[in-house]
Design a protein around this ligand. Structure first.
Ligand code: HEM
Length: 162
């Protein structure tokens, strides 16, 4: 009987320990589903992003044709939208935004070619946007901030004489 009790105690301790450790592990699980989705890294891996300056010219490289990576800019902030390649990559519905400043198109709810500027043009100052369009753009900015990583800033190319 004593023998049985000892075995029972050992098992109880073992299960309690197991329960305790698995509870500890659970604490490391990403509980914010959006945040977990945003991070491309595996659990426990920290991702270091170096915020880099891009000009319209250097940004254009990331239009999905020449590089794996797809970037776009919103209000001067550049987002890595590579995981949304189906949207922004070649043949995607919003491919005109890839490697470019998507602000005007998002504000005006249009993905047409005339919404985006070529890489050798000055950055769109968006001064003519209505309050409603500005609000729509702010909402898109918040959407991209949640879903994608902010990786850089869009700056004017000083070597071009506009
Ligand atoms: C023609 C009508 C349109 C349809 C049927 C449509 C449909 C969709 C659908 C189904 C999604 C995916 C939503 C999700 O993942 O939950 C989406 C996302 C999106 N749409 Fe549209 N859309 C249309 C027009 C537009 C226009 C005019 C723009 C221009 C600004 C636009 C910009 C976007 C963007 C930026 C996303 C987010 C993609 C991402 O997750 O990165 N859409 N759209």
């Amino acid at each position: 009987m004593t023998y049985f009790l000892i075995i029972l105690i050992i098992f109880t301790i073992y299960f309690l320990k197991k329960l305790f450790f698995s509870a500890g592990d659970n604490q490391t699980i990403e509980i914010d589903p959006y945040k977990g989705d945003k991070k491309d890294s595996k659990m426990g891996e920290e991702e270091t992003i170096v915020i880099t300056d891009y000009t319209p010219r250097t940004l254009y490289k990331y239009n999905g044709h020449d590089d794996e990576k797809v970037y776009l800019s919103i209000k001067g902030k550049i987002f890595d939208v590579s995981k949304g390649r189906a949207f922004y990559g070649p043949g995607g519905p919003y491919e005109n935004f890839a490697g470019r400043d998507a602000s005007r198109g998002l504000a005006k709810n249009s993905f047409k070619e005339d919404m985006v500027r070529d890489w050798d043009q000055p950055i769109d100052k968006l001064e003519d946007l209505t309050e409603r369009e500005k609000k729509a753009l702010d909402e898109w900015e918040a959407f991209f901030e949640k879903k994608y990583n902010y990786i850089g800033n869009l700056i004017e190319d000083t070597s071009l004489s506009h």
